[in-house]
Design a protein around this ligand. Structure first.
Ligand SMILES: [Zn+2]
Ligand SMILES: [Zn+2]
Length: 74
């Protein structure tokens, strides 16, 4: 669970409790983040990283597994 923070004049997601200063931010969160399954996972053995977007996993591989990144097709 996410730590519960108090929202002041911010916009709060009624599903997960995240706060957004801008209504647009909350709308984008609801559409792309909240409740969206993390369906892409890191192909490196032993790594349990998961992400919502394939591009995020790519960035993860380049950042965390930079030593083997060139040998991974993703
Ligand atoms: Zn949410
Ligand atoms: Zn990984």
């Amino acid at each position: 669970m996410l730590p519960q923070r108090k929202c002041l004049n911010e916009f709060r997601c009624d599903k997960c409790g995240r706060c957004y200063v801008w209504k647009k931010g909350l709308q984008a969160h609801k559409k792309y983040q909240c409740g969206v399954k993390k369906q892409f996972f890191c192909p490196v053995e032993g790594c349990r990283y998961r992400a919502t977007f394939k591009s995020t996993v790519r960035r993860h591989i380049r950042g965390i597994h930079s030593a083997v990144a060139s040998s991974i097709k993703y």
